[in-house]
Design a protein around this ligand. Sequence first.
Ligand SMILES: [Fe+2]
Ligand SMILES: [Fe+2]
Length: 165
Amino acid sequence: MSTHNADSITIKNLEAALAGESMAHIKYMYFAQVCRAAGDEETAQAFEATAAQEVQHAFGHMDLLFPKAQLDPAKCLELAIEGETYEYTEMYPNFRHMAVQEQHDAAVAEFDEQIEESKEHAAQFKAVLEKAAKRFNALTKVEERHANHYRAALERVNALQEKCA
Ligand SMILES: [Fe+2]
Ligand SMILES: [Fe+2]
């Protein structure tokens, strides 16, 4: 889902590294919950501190996969819609199918829930994108008004200069 050549091994490795670091973050936050529930605050904090560093590692991979110079809010929303749509149209339905075959009922229920969630997220991002598009159009109109204003001023100045010449 990056903006790069999907055949590059390094891009695939960066995507795998991004997935790994992201997962490490979530795992450590989860382990921190386990430690805190067991009354081990010190270990909980050690996990949380490391989890925060994993986010920075993941951001580093994001910088290479999705350079900020190539992104704007509309592009970010498009990528997010693409990702969520993939989740609810392909990924989770495939996972669900396999879970049914393996009779893993809890996983089936989990995937069903995630299909609904991803659908909702995609719809929410689409709504934000539509609103943003209107804002962008409004800005374009303001710019157009400014340009017309300057053009009129320039014509006035030119007319004045012709008169003086
Ligand atoms: Fe890391
Ligand atoms: Fe989501």
